[in-house]
Every structure is written in C-alpha cells, then in structure tokens.
Design a protein around this ligand. Sequence first.
Ligand code: GLN
Ligand code: ZN
Length: 758
Amino acid sequence: MTTTIRTHILGYPRIGARRELKFALESHWRGERSAAELEATARDLRAANWAEQAKAGLDFVTVGDFSLYDHVLDHIQLLGCEPARFAFRDDEPELARYFAMARGAVHCCGGHGQALEMTKWFDTNYHYLVPEFTPDTSFRLASQRLFAQVEEARRLGHRIKVVLLGPLTFLWLGKEKAADFSRLELIGRLLPVYGQILAQLSQLGVEWVQLDEPILATELAPAWQAAFEPAYATLASAGPKLLLASYFAPMAENARLACQLPVHGLHVDGVRGAADLPAVLDWLPAHKVLSVGIVNGRNVWRTDLDAAFGRLRPAVERRRELWLAPSCSLLHVPVSLAGETTLDAELRGWLAFAQEKLDELQTLKRALRGESIDWSDARRQVEARRASPRVHRPEVGARLAALGEEAGWRASPHAVRRAAQRAHLKLPLLPTTTIGSFPQTPAVRQARAAWRRGELTEAAYRATMEAEIAHAIRVQETLGLDVLVHGEPERNDMVEYFAEHLTGFAVTQHGWVQSYGSRCVKPPLLYGDVARPTPITLHWARHAQGLTTKPVKGMLTGPVTLFQWSFVRDDLPQATVLLQLALAMRDEVEDLERAGITIIQIDEPALREGLPLRPAARADYLAAATRAFRLCAAGVADATQIHTHMCYAEFADILPAIIALDADVLTIEASRSGMESVRAFAEAGYPNELGPGVFDVHSPHVPATEDMVRLLEYAATLFAPERLWVNPDCGLKTRSWEEVEPALAHMVAAARTLRARL
Ligand code: GLN
Ligand code: ZN
C-alpha cells in the first residue's frame, strides 16, 4: 500500500517575527493608526505566514488561525453571540465592538461594560477571552472576516485548509451567566450556524476544515462526551471534509469516541498525547486521514528526526493517508531563529522555532515518501546537545544525588519558627508590606536599555539603580510600612532576570510568544544543568537593608515559576529540573540570610499553572513542585521568615499543596473576590500566616482606606487576625508612584485603624 503523506500546521504565530501586530495594535489603540492601517498590517502578516508555509512545501496553508486579539473572541463575533450587556448600537463597526469586548468600556464607542473575562488557554501561557452564555444566547453567522481571509489566501494562490474552534470546545470555554442552566443546552442553536459557515466555506472551494476540540484531552462530564456524536453527525454533511483536532494531553478515554465520529480525519498530539497513538491506529477507520502531531508545538528544541521517523513508520504502514503536523498550533513558540544574532552557534543548532519546525515537517514527509534525504546535519546537532558539557554538569547531578530527605524540611515546625520570628522581628499586629516591585519608571527602563546598548557604564547603571532603591526605601519609611522591599528596579522580568544569572539558561532577543492581545512574553531557554555560580540579588538586597533599620525582604523567583515560564529541556524528568532550580535558588536564599536578610520571599505565581490537564497526572506534579519549593526554602534558620506569593489563580483545588509548601507567610491576590479566597484557606485549616491582597494592582484607581478596612475586617472574621498580613494583591511595577504612594498610605491607615479595633 502506498501511503499518501501530507504536511500541514494547526496554526502559526500571529504576532509577527518583530511583534509587528503588537505595535500596530497599540498604536491603533492610542489613536495613531487607523483601523484600515491596522488591517493592512494584519493582512501583511497573514500573507507572510502563508508564504512561509508554502515556501516550506506544506500541502496546505492554514487560514483562520490569525487573530487581531484572540481567536475565541473572533468566534464570538463569527457566531454572533456578543454579550447583550455591551449594548452595542447597530451601526457600530465590527472592529470597535471587537476591541470593546477585549479591553472594556474605555475603548469602546457607544457600548459600555467591563471587558470579557480572560483566562488561561488550557495548560498554556496563552489567555483567551471567555464567552458569556445565558439561556437567551442566540447565534447567527455575524462576521465575514473568516471568508474574506479565505479569499485573500486564494488570491495569493494557496491551497487552503481552514481552522475553526469546534462547537463543543467553544461552548465549553464559555461561562454561564445565569443560574440553573448549562451552556451545553445551547448546542442545538449553535450547530446550524456552524453548518452555515461550513457550507459557505464549501462554496468558496475549501476542501478541508480543521475543527479544534482540545477538550477531548480533558476529563469530560458524560453529558459533554455524549454531545459529540450527534453534533458531528449534524456537521458531517455540511460540505467540507472535517479534520477533528485534539491536543495538549492524551485523549485517553475519549480516544475511541474521537475515532468513531463521522469526520474525515483526526489529528492526534504525538508529543503530549503520544499515549493515544497505538489505540488510534487500531480504532481509526482505514479510510480516514490520520494527522500525527509529531513535531513539538509547545517547545523549542530541534526534532530528533530519526526518532520521529521511527515513530511514524508503523503509521505509514497502516494508513492510506497520513498527515504530519506540529502537535498543536505553533502559537506557543517564537516565530523564527532568523532574528537571533546573539545566541551562540552551538545553542542555536539545538533549536527550532515555528519557522524551522515547518522545514522539519517537510524533511520527514520526504523521507517517509522514500526519497533519500540527508539529515546528518540535524542528527549531529541532536547528538551534540545530548552530549554537550554545557548541558551536563556532573557536580549538579552529584549534589542532587547526595541530597537527603531532610534537606527539604525546615528544622522546626511552623509554630516553633513563628515564635522565633516574632521574638526577632517584633512586628505589630497586621504587619504591612508589599509584594516586591515598585514602579518601573521610564527613567529606570531607559537606564537599563542604555546600559545594555553599552551607552551607560556598569558603574553608572548601578548608581542609578541604587538611587532608585534608596528612593523606594525612603518612600516606604515615610509611609510607615513595616516590612520593606527594595523594589526590583534592576529586573526586566522576574524570570528572565534570574535566567540571565544562572547556568543552563539562555535568553533570546526576539523569542516572543503571545500571552494575550498585544502582550507577549519572552521565555528563557532552560537547556542544561542549572547552578548559580555567583550571588544574584545579594548586592541590591544589602544595599537596601543598609539604608533602613526596618527589615527589608529579599525577593526571589521560585523554582516552579522559573520552570513554568521558560522553555525547558526535554531530556530530564520535570521533577529533576525542578530540584536543580531549587538548589540553585537555595544558594541565593542562604547567601541572603548570611548577609542579614531575615525575611526572604520566594515568588511562585505560576504554581497552579503547571497543573496537568489530566487529573491523573496532578498528584505527581504537585508533589514535585512542593518538594522543589521546600528544598529551596529549607536551608534557613527558624528565625528567618520565608514568604511566598501567588496570584492570578484560584487556589481552592490546590490548597493541600499550598499548605505543604510550609512557607511562613503566604501573600495572595484576594481583593477582587472580596476576600473569598481567605475563607477557603480558613476552612482548609491553613496553619501559617496569610496576607490576602487588599487592593487590585491592575487598576489605576487609588483604593479608599474604608474599603480596605472593610476587607480586612471581613478577613479577620474568617482567619485568625494574629496571623494576618496587610499587602496589595501583587507587585506594583506597572503603576506610577503617583498612584502607589496614596494607595499604600491608605493601606497603612487601614491596618492602623484595624489594629486599634482588634
Ligand atoms: N515580586 C514580584 C513583583 O512584585 C511578583 C510578581 C508576580 O507575582 N507576578 O512584581
Ligand atoms: Zn503576583
């Protein structure tokens, strides 16, 4: 049997190799660029993305993956379910409505209302806008944007596959805004609109439509599972051939269902969902297309083509038509290595960003077709990475191997430590503090940029940062805060800053990945064994502590967050990498303590983010994560107080793990929920000290003292006041000093008011 082999991708980064989309969006929002100019930039980006795919020899270019802000928001408009609360006028342009939903009322002409809620796209660092559903929600084909893009690609002469979110995933991603109602009830109203869209695509000559249903990689309630068969039976006859796509984790118990749906093809994540492959090879009817996501769409390492080839062989033997693809959309990796001029050649050889991954698909296709092609160069790079002394530092492995169980435990239980800390720190009831960062003013940013360009000497840069720290200390002393921070002016980013100082990490110049809308992150590359050759934060911490008699908190990023917000090597178990990070940061913790810093905060805002999609994998992750945190923190004396901080998340389902961290003080985001998270901590019997945030740092609004008094009073009814701290929800680096000073003054006043009452 000769197997037809094709290549395609599930989606491509939208932001542009130089973040063109980000800059176009932001200048449009500032009123400097018209809608037409923004659309022109978007059109150019799409054309460039398709040209890359065509140039790499893919059999289809993918249309429908582009988005000006978020693909879920695109579907809200396509499917005509903009929430009624925005009350848009009929004549309001589609784009204005789009940004009003994305960004809220300020930017909206005529409509009103808060932006749609934003939340994490499965277990990635991408965030989508949450559709809102009520029993009255109706759907209609309300946007021609997708079809215009199909025309655009056709005019450019491309062979097209269109991608859409599948109807069940679309509903699943939304939220019910009414009681006693399940959004799944809306499926009957939604499907006819999908039918219409598919029919219209068919009229445009589109042969294949990829319907993304990543919820197949989650544990589905029976009603959701049961909805697939009838939904897809309805869509089967709408026109185009359907490729159902799942990714990010194994489909496991949903795999058989996916194989049996009346669609023409199935895409399986061959990396994170590799466990599904044998069963899918058995169950997927022979006439259907199997698309194997063989190239990792979530990471940046060059594919081991020999291994991939070996894994694909059985599929080639058993399928009539096999498609090769990245495991998921390439949205989650940087665009191209082409712009990286400072990565050394060796490291660069180990990498493949989106553009380079396209070529890997092509190489695999040709080899599987029996062409004799030479990838010895690629093989050499893979082997070089495996053997490189930059990757393997024997002393790191040896240190880990020598670790005893006791290294992960503080010397005494919290009650004993608490007494030692109280005696030593002598803090008042309801101590006040902040989460770490203070405003990153234009002057601070400019100084850093000039220093990096070599225009500011090291000494001058240090002096500028020290002056900034001195300012922060003065402000905090004047405001009367109890535990001070140095303000983090020297940090570009809480992860990249440490990555620049640890071995085993590299940073890129342009390796940006979209986080939401115009916001991007630039994850460091964690390629090798991690160690901390010299102290990182010590100088700044000492400088700050030297300026005041109040305690200054040392401020570090924890091992789990360093892991989660980096692209991590794939040749070691997660738990091992976490422990390496923990030991490296433990060295910093101990150096701080030796320098007289007796309060040390180890931030872990990403703890919950790492939670695997599949519940079965969660316990192992949480065990590894908490072990790493404890190992990082446990080297200090009883009297040294370890803080940690978490935000952007619900904590309720991981409370046992949070308790297991055994931090002396935990600060959390809590103000927007009106302290409801404190209740969960109280009910779980959280034994240590807790600092629920009393104001939202994302708003320029200066919080009133009375509001914070009210929140604190309420918190004090839920949780023992002698174990409560008073602090903002998160760091203040995105605010201005003009906002921060009155906000903190009110916060201190609120704490004092409450102290007098308690
Ligand atoms: N210490 C960091 C800051 O204050 C914490 C940031 C975070 O939680 N994301 O900015
Ligand atoms: Zn935070």
